[in-house]
Write a protein that binds this ligand. Structure first.
Ligand code: DGL
Length: 282
């Protein structure tokens, strides 16, 4: 098969990476997408980065060897912090990570160079965003906050309501007081909460959703590598096929399916289960 006609692989610990998939679906509607959510090991955020690295390696290997994808998007900031450099060295297909393009965007839109980053413990402690922002604008002041409860809320399909408001104020108040003018949503679960986060931060703060930057980067890179799906389908007459796989289907909540479908505008959001971490393959 012509490489450009192979699917594009995406991975995350759960449903967070679907916010990246949503942007890719809208920018590259003709591409076939295979999404893998490692719900068996969710959350990645509190785990040791070396453990997250081994899960990420296993999923990239599966997407490449079994699903024959042409490229992989690590649609997870924690996995990007833990494993991007390693898997890029190890596998001979293009692999994209979150972080760099979002850091660049944040620096571009910030007027006062006081930039806030929210993410998982793993991402915040890895200092990956801090380093990427400093590389672009050494004078910037960076305020970071781990927000692990946001991940649980999203996986439970809770995108708004009292509990979300309270949690948002708890995590974000000190960032507002620090006078930041940009907030990077440094975890792919967080864009589901965008309306609440925007309300809490106020209209002077620009929210950067790394998923949007990621989709643009993927399109540009696939184009330059001659890997964009390359046939009459690009006329937009045919939509690509989307396949959603998780390592543990019982961990997908009914409430997420209901609210997530609407948020993602995906009526056919049906997950298959394949626990690739089992010795015996399904
Ligand atoms: N969505 C993930 C991220 O972007 C991780 C959430 C988690 O598993 O803790 O970091």
């Amino acid at each position: 098969m012509d490489d450009s006609n192979r699917a594009l692989g995406l991975l995350d610990s759960g449903v967070g990476g679907l916010t990246v998939a949503r942007e890719i679906f809208s920018l590259l509607p003709e591409e076939d997408i295979i999404y893998y959510g490692d719900t068996l090991h969710l959350p990645y955020g509190p785990k040791d980065l070396s453990v997250v690295k081994s899960y990420t390696e296993k999923i990239v290997d599966y997407l490449k060897e079994e699903k024959k994808v042409k490229a992989v998007v690590i649609a997870c900031n924690t996995a990007t912090s833990a494993a991007l450099e390693y898997v890029k060295q190890k596998f001979d297909i293009p692999i994209f990570g979150m972080i760099d393009s979002a850091a660049k965007k944040a620096v571009e839109v910030s007027r006062n160079k006081k930039i806030a980053v929210i993410g998982t413990k793993g991402t915040v402690n890895s200092q990956a965003y801090q380093k990427a922002i400093k590389a672009q604008a050494p004078e910037s002041m960076i305020f970071s906050q781990a927000c692990p409860e946001f991940v649980d809320l999203v996986e439970d399909g809770k995108f708004y309501g009292d509990e979300v408001d309270k949690t948002a104020y708890k995590y974000l108040s000190h960032l507002i007081n620090a006078d930041v003018d940009v907030l990077i949503l440094g975890c792919t679960h967080f864009p589901y909460l965008m309306p609440v986060l925007a309300e809490v931060m106020g209209s002077n703060v620009t929210l950067v959703n790394p998923a949007e930057e990621m989709a643009l980067e993927v399109k540009k890179e696939l184009y330059s590598l001659d890997l964009l799906k390359n046939n009459i389908k690009s006329l937009g007459l045919f939509k690509g096929k989307h396949e959603f796989i998780v390592s543990d289907k019982n961990r997908i909540s009914r409430s997420f399916l209901e609210h997530g479908r609407r948020f993602l505008k995906l009526e056919n959001l049906n997950f298959k289960e394949n626990n690739i971490f089992n010795a015996v393959k399904k």
